[in-house]
Design a protein around this ligand. Structure first.
Ligand code: UT7
Length: 325
């Protein structure tokens, strides 16, 4: 049965220039490089410059993804930005990105599902593409998480970094089988009863302030390992894909121990897991496209590869996507 698939025709990533090492953080908060590396695998993270906004990071990643796809901003009819650190309360960061890119009037909006935002945004964009409502879509994950951190709280301030990653999606004809290129299936979840485990303690209709990130790390950790594996199986089953056929696993980059735990549960060898957590730390919605960009840039992943993307974050939200490049 023929099917319109959302093909990923371009991938791009952008990391701000400033590198913050674990030792840098240890100068101002009671932590150590040894603790951070042992418990998380993180060695460093990037921090956006004072005059950089989330839309600036998003635009850089978007330009690189468009160049990889052989497209220009003039081709775009849909821009979705997954972010939890928007430039402004409104308009959507996607509208600002549209203006900065000089893209024509079209559809542009943000998706807010925190670290799962990129997987959610891909699923939403796929709906537009599959129904013929978009011929060229940009899906961006962009975050300046360092502006949400409480630098007195060592349990959270060492974990996050800034960055952006983007996919260009375009329609392609498929047969409706797992041999098709493009997005094959997604599985999305949210359990709002667990929102107190990971949240920001501010907002326009409550405190009136931006607030700081708060997390019950151990509980989030346990939830991640168990529930991500379930969503990954659901996204694989929906595509008719067996875990042994998956070429590469592109997880959200929160903690090396979570990556290993999920892969172990699924029977995926570490050699098939892309990990950028050491260099990028947790860049929330940006982490999946940044990880894929890194693995494509060094030649590990190329056209035809069968991928599973997964993430978990505040909400609690989580989800997975099966994708053939
Ligand atoms: O994007 C999705 C959301 N985020 C995540 O997925 C993160 C999920 N959670 C985690 O990655 C881990 O739970 C953490 C990295 C946050 C914490 O690792 P842990 O192995 O669960 O450590 P813990 O919370 O059990 O803390 C162990 C000890 C505590 O000291 P005591 O009570 O044993 O004396 C903490 O106070 O480590 C202490 N600690 C630190 N020590 C040095 C916590 N943070 C630090 C730190 N430096 N930065």
């Amino acid at each position: 049965m023929s099917a319109t698939r959302s093909l990923v025709t371009g991938v791009g990533g952008y990391l701000p220039a400033e590198i913050v090492t674990n030792d840098d953080l240890a100068q101002t908060v009671d932590t150590s490089d040894a603790w951070i590396q042992e418990r998380t695998g993180i060695r460093q993270r990037r921090r956006a410059a004072k005059d950089e906004a989330t839309s600036d990071l998003a635009v850089e990643a978007a330009r690189r993804a468009l160049a990889a796809a052989g497209r220009t901003p003039a081709d775009l009819d849909l821009i979705i930005v997954a972010t939890t650190t928007p430039d402004l309360t409104f308009p959507a960061t996607a509208a600002i990105v549209q203006r900065k890119l000089g893209a024509p009037v079209g559809v542009a909006f943000d998706v807010q599902a925190v670290c799962s935002g990129f997987v959610y945004a891909l699923a939403v964009a796929d709906g537009f593409v599959a129904r013929g409502q978009s011929r060229c879509a940009l899906v961006i994950g962009a975050e300046i998480m360092t502006r949400l951190l409480d630098y007195q709280d060592r349990t959270t301030c060492v974990l996050f970094g800034d960055g952006a990653g983007a996919f260009v999606l375009e329609p392609g004809a498929g047969q409706g089988t797992k041999a098709d290129r493009g997005l094959l299936a997604t599985a999305l979840r949210c359990d709002g009863t667990k929102q107190d485990l990971l949240y920001v303690d501010g907002g326009p209709s409550t405190s009136g302030a931006v607030g700081h990130l708060r997390m019950a790390g151990q509980q989030v950790f346990r939830h991640a390992v168990v529930n991500i594996a379930e969503a990954v199986r659901a996204a694989a089953d929906a595509a008719g894909v067996d875990m042994a056929e998956v070429d590469w696993f592109i997880p959200h980059q929160a903690n090396q121990r979570i990556l290993q735990g999920v892969a172990h549960r699924l029977g995926i060898e570490e050699s098939r897991v892309v990990s950028t957590v050491a260099e990028h730390a947790n860049t929330s919605a940006a982490s999946i496209p940044l990880a894929l960009d890194a693995a494509m840039a060094d030649g590990r992943i190329g056209p035809g590869a069968l991928l599973i993307l997964e993430a978990m974050g505040g909400g609690l939200t989580w989800g997975a996507a099966t994708l053939r490049l």
